[in-house]
Design a protein around this ligand. Sequence first.
Ligand SMILES: [Zn+2]
Length: 383
Amino acid sequence: MFAQVKLMMAGKYEEFHKKLGAQQDLESRVMAALKALEYILPLDVHCDRKDSQISSYCLSLAMNDHTPFSLKLTIMAIREAGGFDKLREQLGEFKKNKDCLEKGFSEDGTYKSNTYKPLYYLEAHEDKRWLPEFITMTLNMSVILYFVFVETSFFGKSSDKSLKALLNNKNAIFTANLIAFHYMIIQTNDHEMSEVTHYGQHMGLGAVIHPFCSLFNHSCYPNVSRVPILGSDNVMYQMMMVQHAIKKGSQIFDDYGFDFTLENAARRKDLCQKYYFECRCKACRNNWPMFEKLPSVIMTCTSQTKKNDIVTAMSRVAKVESVILEGDIATLDAEHETVFKILIDAVNFLSNYGTSPPTKEYLRTVTLLKTAYLVIYGNRINL
Ligand SMILES: [Zn+2]
């Protein structure tokens, strides 16, 4: 990354590495990274200054997407509160709340995902992070903060744009800490927003933070799936769709991009690296095989009558599958109620032969149901 290279060129990278490693709290690390700007400046950024867009600036510095996103969340939080001081006051109040069942909720008891409070309480895993992550995060933060300080009047209209002035600006330091904090929130909680093609393929549009969706725990065998939709108000939402019958009182599980059809050891390692937990869902605990090695209910069912019923249900599913995979949107739109009825009836019927791990037929139908949700309800690319 650009800032790291500049530190290396100045012979200061090792010193910075040690300094950050010696600090235990985010605030001290943020301050160390801001002071390191002394060796990173000037930035020599080759972007069009007339069009001082943060995005082109970040691109020219080969910065990851989390950094401008963190800045955006910070600006939104400051605006929502009504200024730096009001946000400081609010955060002081937030920190007093220790009750995990109340945290994030408004005083009227609602959980408003489109406001800052629930976002502030999302998991950041600050205590579990490795030093290299703090290095990347704080250096990116310091470079983007410097840009805002020099190129805008966000921190006041003073013409003194020196590094010393930045380090003495309490609102800039406050903002720096929030950017770093939001960076961690984003890494742990962001969800991809995408458009789907008629073949059920995704095309990523970007990432969003949706505090309500972040409340769901992970399972490699989830019982709901997220479907990005475009609301009639032209705002994008995440809809949570049920993919298995959920017994009253049982937990709702989402999957964080890793389901049990991915190889077990690699999946658990990736989950641990990205989300800092060892997955103990039933698929992981019991080392469920990948799709090819799942049992087949048609092959194992001993009753010919039941076998005939299963074959009939699966032949209906196969017809729906071909309509979805062929991308026949007109038919899907016109017959979506029938499509869902066939799939949901088949899921419920096959669940009578519930096995652990699930049968091939069951998983195939559930996967198809998920694709149908995406294609029929999801945010669609121009078809
Ligand atoms: Zn798992």
